[in-house]
Design a protein around this ligand. Structure first.
Ligand code: ADP
Ligand code: MG
Length: 281
C-alpha cells in the first residue's frame, strides 16, 4: 500500500486515547465525511527502524480487513515528524472501562467475549502475526451498544517498537559483548497471546487481575512463578470449575505446553456455543 500523498485529506478532532507509543485522535476524511481513528506515532520513537515499521504496516494492511473482530487499517501517511494510521473508529470504548463499570462479567457473557476474541487471535496467528500486547485497553467495542462487536486493536507494531527500545539499551550500555543472553531474549512467540488471554479471562470473571502485587518486582516474580489463586473466595463463588480450568490452562508457565489459540477454542468452556452453566441472577 502506498501512503497517501496528501496528508491534509483528514481533519483531526478530539483525542480518543493514548498508549505507550501513540496518541489516537478522531479524524474525519474531508472528501467522504467518514470518521476514523487516527493513530499518530512520533517518528523519533522509531528512528533507524522506519523500514521495519513500514513493513509491519504493509502486513497490517494485508490482514486487517479479513476479520470482523480485528480493526481495519484504512490508510496511512507521513509527515516530517509523525506517522499517521487511520483505523476503523470504535465508539464503544475499551473493554477495560466496561469491566470497571460492571465490576465483573457473568460467566456466560465472559465466555462469549473470550470465544470471539480467541477466534480473532487465531486469525492473526494464522496470518503469522503475534499481538504481544493483548489487554483490555487494546480491546475496543465498535459501538456503545451492550452487544457491540469487540475488536482487537493495537497490534503488529509493538514488536518493532520493543526492538527499538532494545537497541537504545545497547547504545546506552555500550558494547553488548558482556550482556547476558536473557537481555536479548525477547519472546515473540504466539504463546504470549494465549497467556494474556488467560489473564484477561481471569480479569473478566473476577474484576481484578491475577498477578496484581504491591511492587512491579513482586508482580514479575509472581508471573514467573505462575503464582496466582482463585481468591478471595467471594469473588469466585459463582464461577464454574470449567472456567477455572480454562484460565489454568492458558496460564501454563511453559510456553511449549501452553495450548495454541486453536486448542484453547476446543476447551469445553468455549467449545459449546450453548453455555453448559446457568448464570446466577
Ligand atoms: P498504543 O500503541 O500507544 O497503546 P493504541 O492503538 O492502543 O496505542 O491506542 C491507544 C488508545 O486509543 C486505546 O487504548 C483506545 O482507547 C484508543 N483507540 C485506539 N484505537 C482506536 C480506535 N480504532 N477507535 C477508537 N479508539 C481507539
Ligand atoms: Mg494500546
Amino acid at each position: 500500500m502506498a501512503p497517501s500523498t496528501v496528508p491534509c485529506q483528514y481533519r483531526t478532532g478530539r483525542t480518543l486515547g493514548s498508549g505507550t507509543y501513540a496518541i489516537v485522535k478522531e479524524a474525519i476524511h474531508i472528501k467522504t465525511g467518514k470518521y476514523y481513528a487516527c493513530k499518530v506515532i512520533n517518528k523519533k520513537l522509531m528512528e533507524g527502524r522506519e523500514h521495519m515499521v513500514r513493513n509491519e504496516i504493509a502486513v497490517l494492511k494485508r490482514i486487517s480487513s479479513g476479520h470482523a473482530n480485528v480493526v481495519t487499517l484504512h490508510d496511512y501517511f507521513e509527515t516530517t515528524h509523525n506517522l499517521y494510521l487511520c483505523f476503523d473508529l470504535c465508539t464503544g470504548g475499551e473493554l477495560f472501562d466496561r469491566i470497571c463499570a460492571k465490576g465483573n462479567y457473568y460467566e456466560a457473557d465472559a465466555a462469549g467475549l473470550i470465544r470471539t476474541i480467541f477466534k480473532a487471535v487465531k486469525y492473526i496467528h494464522d496470518a503469522g502475526i503475534v499481538h504481544r500486547d493483548l489487554k483490555p485497553e487494546n480491546l475496543l467495542f465498535r459501538s456503545p451498544a451492550e452487544d457491540a462487536d469487540i475488536m482487537i486493536a493495537d497490534f503488529g507494531l509493538s514488536r518493532v517498537m520493543e526492538e527499538e527500545k532494545l537497541s537504545l539499551l545497547t547504545e546506552i550500555c555500550g558494547t553488548p559483548g558482556y550482556m547476558a543472553p536473557e537481555i536479548f531474549k525477547k519472546s515473540h512467540g504466539k504463546p504470549v497471546d494465549v497467556w494474556a488471554m488467560g489473564v484477561i479471562t481471569y480479569f473478566l470473571l473476577a474484576g481484578y487481575t491475577p498477578f496484581d502485587r504491591d511492587s512491579q518486582q513482586a508482580e514479575m516474580e509472581a508471573i514467573i512463578a505462575g503464582d496466582y489463586k482463585f481468591e478471595p473466595e467471594e469473588y469466585w463463588a459463582n464461577v464454574s470449575e470449567t472456567a477455572r480450568d480454562f484460565v489454568t490452562m492458558c496460564l501454563t508457565i511453559d510456553p511449549k505446553s501452553r495450548p495454541t489459540a486453536a486448542e484453547a477454542l476446543q476447551h469445553k468452556w468455549l467449545a459449546d456455543e450453548q453455555p453448559h452453566f446457568v448464570p446466577i441472577e
